[in-house]
Design a protein around this ligand. Sequence first.
Ligand code: SF4
Length: 677
Amino acid sequence: MPTPTHCPYCALQCGMTVKPGPAVVPRDFPVNRGGLCQKGWTSAALLNTPGRLTTPLVQGRPASWDEALDHVAQRLLELRAAHGPDSVAVFGGGGLTNEKSYLLGKFARVALGTSQIDYNGRFCMSSAAAAGIRAFGVDRGLPFPVTDLSNADAVLLVGANVAETMPPFVQHLRRAIDSGGLVVVDPRRTATAEQAAVHLAPTPGTDLALALGLLHVAVAERYVDKDYLSERAIGFEETWEVAARWWPEQVERVTGVSAADQRRAVAVLSRATNAYVLTARGTEQHASGSDMVSAWINLALALGLPGRPGSGFGCLTGQGNGQGGREHGQKADQLPGYRKIDDPAAREHVAEVWGVAPESLPGPGKSAYELLDSLGVGPRALMVFGSNIAVSAPRSAHVTERLAALDFLVVADFVLSETAVLADVVLPVTQWAEEGGTMTNLEGRVLLRSRAVTPPPGVRTDLEVLHELAVRLGQPAERFPVNEESVFAELRRASAGGVADYAGISYERLRAGEALHWPCPDERHPGTPRLFLDRFAHADGKARMVPVDHRGPAELPDDDYPLSATTGRVLQHYQSGAQTRRVPELNAAVPEAFVEVHPDTADRAGLAEGDVARICSRRGEVLAKVRCVQGMRIDTVFLPFHFPGEQRANLITNPALDPISGMPEFKVCAVRLEAVT
Ligand code: SF4
């Protein structure tokens, strides 16, 4: 039977149908309107991937499920007894369903009693989330449906290469593109920047100065919406005090973006009837990422965009369940419903749903990189679900060393990822179309992913794994349901009254095709596709402009490392590549790492097109084939981060953390380019 479902990869969550074969075909769904990218079209290949894990592995040898689970439970109990509950850590993922994210957080806090849980969404959306909460009082990536963008005359896209990362999204920018209203901020001349009327290519790590400069222009040229500001926001005067020092020529000196281009960009945005500012990882993955996003929000507020029908501000979520995955408790400081774990009322509410005492719940743990950095020193055991940290974490050689320093590593995955290879125990689990569950897409809409194919014999769902382990750790069996609908019913109660309130969203309503965006507090509520139309979520209903200043990247180029490296995605691959490198068509298209370099920069390093380059930073070196690209800045190189071994871009990235969000500085570090002799 053909089964309607959604793509296994990114947060656009394109609608597709899985047919016998299995094969996938696109279906008409608002975000993709019948389109899919190459990753989506080829996703059925994942269901028959060679090397699929179907038997648990204990120290690399096949074992029965009982043997593997007994062994895991025994080791966790031993370590906990010897070193305390925080000696066991948990690492989740932004691709896990809402049900898995929820049960994983509950498993950590209740069955293990550990505070040490975080997830790879920390590496993805944390700066955007921190800035959104600061400005608007709530973090929902897009506080409006994607389809609203189709009526925009102008869109400022900051650090997003949607033409490669989510191609079906581009159709919603068509009007802006055709009317000369697309402005792209990106140090690279990407496929998206090629379509822009104005492309601003700042020196990597200087976006904040650029945002201040655009705000300065908006004020100087009288584009600021004063009525909107007096009615809907506070903090303009303090924000202007900083922006006043960033006149366009000063910004040009720091960013390399000409004053004329700054003025053109602001004019495009300000003269539009309907305009949006959208940010993504390019401007967020910095040690000052939260402030960078705040600076773009300040610009949007000054122009009167957020919460105005037909206009707005939003952040483009990356991972498949990057939105839902950050709402239900797998984050170090969080309980379900986007509640804070140090809020007594939140603890009481969730503890009651879980049937435990509030005081038994641990407090906040460490953010993802801090957690990984402490492995073997703090936590002695780590359980990983839905993440391939050996490839995706910054300073990855160091992270791999920390993984090796553990007494015990458990990985649940459906393939032997680079992290699973290092594990003491590997648990083979179901993937995507083999299991049911819900995802929350980049616009806060909750989607049903139905089971479309029968999983291979021998694998279990993550929910079954958590249930079996919880029972072995002494928990009542009914406290950890294995049925996704039962887990979701509990999640609804746990989220009720929270910021991300799912109480009114049911599988029945989703099966009936209702478009339900959170918050949706009861079953008669229609959901909330558009936030902020009347008020922002702060107590006084007003948005906050936050005075932020440029401070530059944590590591500047110097004589030894004279270039800036930035990292990102390509069309054919997704995240660490653990899935897409196993899809023959995608792997054939882009089988190995490359480094994009301006031809003059390559020449100065004694390199030419197709040569293997060594890219060295203070943390390590990567090998990649040279691609000479005329549009690259001469001071910058670009590497995709999907490849393992000596091609891992994260061997060189800088784990300098944003002090507010814990986001590492993936997007800029100082490097040297060398020929491999
Ligand atoms: S990867 Fe993203 S853009 Fe491509 S088909 Fe899947 S959901 Fe759509």
